[in-house]
Design a protein around this ligand. Structure first.
Ligand SMILES: CC(C)(COP(=O)(O)OP(=O)(O)OC[C@H]1O[C@@H](n2cnc3c(N)ncnc32)[C@H](O)[C@@H]1OP(=O)(O)O)[C@@H](O)C(=O)NCCC(=O)NCCS
Length: 181
């Protein structure tokens, strides 16, 4: 399997992966989110990676620009959203490989913090920790029952503990419906 950056030519594959992974209920909203983020100037720098197995696109991950309110520009930050693996390819490590490849590339480009709102049993396997207790507020308040779903990981040691505050996301992600669970 190959993991590579997407280009404009991959758009159909990317949206198909998102649609299949999230299914009929959530798919349309996620497809709109991805299309929006890929065209949102405030989401740049953006990292979009596609997992391809024998010419078939099987997974996609997107990281978009974020910042910590009141923090200096020295804390480059991103939000991971969404991550998608098509049902036929799930539980084979594709999601984990996309996360790890993304974190490797983000580290190389100097990103310090990566945030995610996601499954609290999944992302800690890849180094994420609950962000609220570490002083980071999500763009919109997360309901208490889902508090552990808001997570962070530092790619540069010593950042967590020295920086805190509300996280500001890209304009397209800046809608309350994306921050409920
Ligand atoms: C979540 C998702 C990206 C995981 O991708 P994947 O390639 O199947 O993940 P991996 O193979 O790296 O890891 C599989 C493990 O994660 C676990 N896992 C998958 N989804 C999970 C979830 N929602 N909550 C907790 N654990 C989950 C699996 O049970 C499996 O555990 P095992 O290794 O003990 O069998 C994929 O299932 C998916 O696209 N789901 C639909 C869309 C979605 O929910 N995206 C995430 C938004 S936060």
């Amino acid at each position: 399997m190959e993991i590579r950056k997407t280009t404009d030519l991959d758009l159909t594959d990317v949206l198909q992966v998102e649609s299949k992974a999230f299914g009929e209920a959530e798919g349309p909203e996620i497809v709109d989110l991805v299309k929006g983020l890929l065209n949102d100037p405030s989401a740049v720098p953006l990292l979009s990676l596609l997992a391809v197995n024998k010419d078939d696109a099987v997974g996609h991950i997107l990281f978009s620009n974020a910042r910590i309110m009141d923090a200096k520009d020295t804390v480059p930050s991103v939000i991971l959203a969404p991550l998608a693996v098509i049902p036929e390819a799930q539980s084979q490590g594709v999601g984990g490989q996309l996360i790890n490849e993304g974190l490797k590339r983000l580290t190389q480009s100097g990103v310090a913090l990566v945030f995610v709102l996601g499954h609290p049993e999944y992302y800690p396997r890849h180094g994420f920790r609950p962000a609220g207790a570490l002083g980071f507020e999500a763009p919109y308040p997360i309901p208490e029952v889902n508090a552990n779903a808001w997570m962070v990981q530092e790619l540069r040691s010593g950042v967590i503990g020295n920086v805190a505050g509300r996280v500001i996301c890209a304009d397209v992600l800046d809608r309350p419906e994306y921050w409920r669970e």
